[in-house]
Design a protein around this ligand. Structure first.
Ligand SMILES: O=C(O)[C@@H](O)C(=O)COP(=O)(O)O
Ligand SMILES: [Zn+2]
Length: 211
């Protein structure tokens, strides 16, 4: 179990890692870690994930009170809502990575599951990708829409915006996010009629063995 100083360092290092590998760009995206039952560590609003400072990271309560650090991400309410809805969520990654954001801007998608499985590791890490409607970033409608999906799904697409993924710690959430982004990349690369999706039996077998 990492202490708070170690979790702060992990957030700074993983933010830089995401930035250097092109998953995060400019000031877009935000990260959070559930520190304990009452408190969340979150990236400050406007901060580039590539240049986070451990002492400036924001701490807010589960009820939304800002305790310390710079002003939290304008999306901290949706992070809080996900933690309330999904107790297994211990960290959250929200990014505008290229392939997931491209997918989020498409007109004709199945909003119940935007990415039907066609590789096993996607089934193991993510499984299904529902999509919530477009809301202005930072608006109060986002939190309830994401919370409803987060009860059953650890990855959610936000129309015309990006994606949100949670995990059992920050690196697990990141690994889930990265697998999702690579799956979206493949999906965007391969014409739909050329894709062989996994059958229900194949998905069920993966869930039995690895779920
Ligand atoms: O898209 C947005 O504006 C936010 O969702 C975002 O990604 C960055 O906002 P902050 O975390 O407030 O910097
Ligand atoms: Zn965003």
């Amino acid at each position: 179990m990492k202490n708070e100083a170690e979790l702060r360092a992990q957030m700074v290092n993983y933010g830089r890692d995401l930035f250097l590998r092109g998953y995060a760009t400019g000031g877009a995206g935000n990260l959070s870690i559930r520190l304990d039952d009452c408190r969340i560590l979150a990236t400050p609003t406007g901060a580039s994930l590539g240049r986070l400072v451990a002492e400036a990271l924001s701490v807010v309560t589960m009820e939304g009170e800002h305790l310390s650090g710079d002003r939290p991400s304008k999306e901290v309410d949706f992070h809080r809502a996900i933690y309330h809805a999904a107790p297994e969520a211990k960290a959250i990654v929200h990014l505008h990575s290229t392939h997931l954001t491209a997918l989020s801007c498409k007109k004709h998608i199945n909003t119940e599951n935007v990415l039907q499985a066609f590789t096993p590791y996607y089934v193991m890490r993510v499984g299904q990708l529902p999509c919530i409607p477009y809301f202005r970033p930072g608006s109060e409608e986002i939190a309830p829409a994401l919370a409803e999906k987060a009860i059953k799904h650890r990855a959610i697409l936000m129309a015309n915006h990006g994606a949100v993924v949670y995990g059992k710690d920050l690196l697990d959430a990141g690994d889930n996010y990265e697998e999702l982004e690579e799956t979206a990349k493949l999906f965007n690369l391969i014409p739909n009629e050329e894709l062989r999706f996994l059958s229900t039996d194949e998905v069920n077998e993966l869930n039995q063995v690895f779920g």
